[in-house]
Design a protein around this ligand. Sequence first.
Ligand SMILES: *Cc1c(COP(=O)(O)O)cnc(C)c1O
Length: 284
Amino acid sequence: MTIYFVDGQFTDKDGVRISIDDRGYYFGDGVYEVVKVYNGELFTAQEHMARLLESASKVKMAVPYTEQQLIGIAEELMKKNDIDTGHVYMQVTRGASARVHHFPDMNVPPVVTGYAIVNPRPVLNLQEGVAAKTVEDIRWLRCDIKSLNLLGNVMAKQEAHEAGCVEAIFVRDGIVMEGSSSNMFGILNGIVYTHPATNLILNGITRQVVLEICAELDIPVLEKEFTLEELYMMDEFIMTSTTAEVTPVITIDNKKIGSGVPGPITKKLQEAFAKKLPLTVTGK
Ligand SMILES: *Cc1c(COP(=O)(O)O)cnc(C)c1O
């Protein structure tokens, strides 16, 4: 049975009490994080909790915990749920009060909730690659905030799903942005291209790890806009996220990328990424 964290308490599902007036429910007025667990160890927990506080601060929301306390809660969730390989989900909403758009009174406390769940590594996708579909980016202009407001992302993912694809790639004014829940990288002539970390994308922790790996391996990177036409011409393409890790994208809009199989730089990045994870020698 899953153990949840709700307002300072750990409880099973029956013990969860969430107000119908929660602003997360009415407005999606909150922020969240997903932290991966490998071998009973959180991966890049500090970076994730720092970003949770940053997202909250960008929407002028107080979080009643420090970064260290948030990491502590994530660890507790991981342990209480006995997670070996999986992830911890945590969110903060602006609390519960009668439905008006403007912020509630200062005395309305934010609501912090979370859980941990088993989630194996996407081994098959990592080995074989996945299909993606481009969609128009209809989201707001603060995609740098990991907000609970995910309607644009949900619509995009559904469109991809209906087309038999694993991910949707947002394109805004002809420019490739990111995935509906991942960041995108194109590789052409040995150079790695990805959209710069502006207000128009979420600067993924996995994205940042991949950029760090490129620096370590002397793989040239250009954090620079590229177009939909340029996307189709890439030799290799990858998507990154906490749960997707470094997943090869082998077809986009039913067109093969490169030779349609995971490429050599992709494999190099995957190998280097796996080395950073707290895995056992078997790699499981
Ligand atoms: C969470 C997310 C990502 C990936 O971020 P990670 O920190 O690597 O998991 C990318 N894009 C969007 C829109 C996201 O919500």
